[in-house]
Design a protein around this ligand. Structure first.
Ligand code: UDP
Length: 319
């Protein structure tokens, strides 16, 4: 019997590339699609010698053509850090709306299962804490984060419409803050910023007074959750994230401890609409997917540190 075939849009990105690894390891033929706006071929270069790995350079907001059968489409293409969507607001809106439409159309035409990478940003600056899937959120549509939040909310609505009208088998994962190897060093997110700063001996830039909270999930845990969700029967959105919540100041201090850096914290202005709290309620993932995160923050941070050290050393040699 031939292998199942999966298309992963945004396959050269942080999460997309880990999904490529996982699906290849589990016996899939993988088509990785990216336009490299925020993705990076270095994330998948180790896969180019694999016969079951194919790379298609394409912008998914244009018509997507994939020859042959497809069993699953995982739509992960999108700028995904606050700095990226501030710099690429129109691309962010287009890939969440037009790109999701194209990816759903392809899944429909191929009779493939579709999984949407959605986000905790759908909850905005939440007034309910922790966030459960049935909370509708508190989003500012016209603020700087609106381009991402609203694109993903639209993408969820479009996904449900394809499920209801066209009977496409759809899944929606709401991804909470995730970290690990292959995050871009300069994407402006808390972990790459803090780790690069600590390794370079620079001060760590904590925004606001650092009392805002986040809950950080190691990438391997997230990938396992996504894998289980794709293979489950759950059509409505499912939160995947690590519920262990901390302030950003504590997180910065944890990075300092792991890196052994002597850097100090420096406080900068809090970006507009930066959520004050965030913590996933994962009751649903536990019950329907029998999933929960396993990697302790300290263990995950050490693995991530190895990657950052390598990348920062490589960069310095190149320079
Ligand atoms: N943050 C920070 N310093 C940085 C980058 C981010 O203090 O150099 C804060 C940011 O304001 C937010 C939190 O860290 O409160 C997490 O930010 P990130 O960009 O990683 O993701 P978000 O959860 O805001 O989408």
């Amino acid at each position: 019997m031939s292998k199942p075939r999966v298309l992963i849009t945004g396959g050269a990105g942080f999460l997309g590339s880990h999904l490529c690894d996982r699906f290849l390891a589990d016996g899939y033929e993988v088509i990785c699609m990216d336009n490299l706006v925020t993705g990076d071929l270095r994330n998948v270069e180790h896969l180019f010698s694999e016969p079951d790995f194919h790379y298609h350079h394409q912008d998914v907001t244009e018509f997507i053509h994939v020859p042959g059968r497809l069993d699953a489409v995982l739509h992960f293409a999108s700028p995904a850090s606050p700095i990226d969507y501030l710099e690429l607001p129109i691309q962010t809106l287009k890939v969440g709306s037009l790109g999701t439409h194209k990816a759903l159309g392809l899944a429909h035409a191929k009779g493939a299962r579709f999984l949407l990478a959605s986000t905790s940003e759908c909850y905005g600056d939440p007034l309910v804490h922790p966030q459960k899937e049935d909370y509708w959120g508190n989003v500012n549509p016209v603020g700087p984060r609106g381009v991402y939040d609203e694109a993903k909310r639209f993408a969820e609505a479009m996904t449900m419409a394809y499920h209801r009208c066209h009977k496409v088998e759809t899944r929606i994962v709401r991804i909470f803050n995730t970290y690990g190897p292959r995050m871009r060093l300069n994407d402006g997110r808390a972990l790459p910023a803090f780790m690069s700063q600590a390794l370079r001996g620079e001060d760590l830039t904590v925004f606001g007074d650092g009392s805002q909270t986040r809950s950080f999930c190691y990438v391997d845990d997230l990938i396992e959750g996504i894998w289980r969700l794709l293979h489950s029967d759950e059509v409505m959105p499912v939160n995947i994230g690590n519920p262990s919540e901390m302030t950003i100041r504590q997180f910065a201090e944890q990075v300092l401890a792991i890196t052994g850096s002597k850097s100090q914290l420096t406080f900068k202005e809090l970006p507009q609409d930066d959520p004050k709290v965030r913590q996933p309620d994962i009751t649903k993932a536990r019950a329907t997917l029998n999933w929960e995160p396993r990697v302790e923050l300290e263990v995950g941070l050490r693995k991530t540190l190895e990657y950052f050290k390598e990348r920062i050393e490589l960069k310095e040699t190149v320079r």
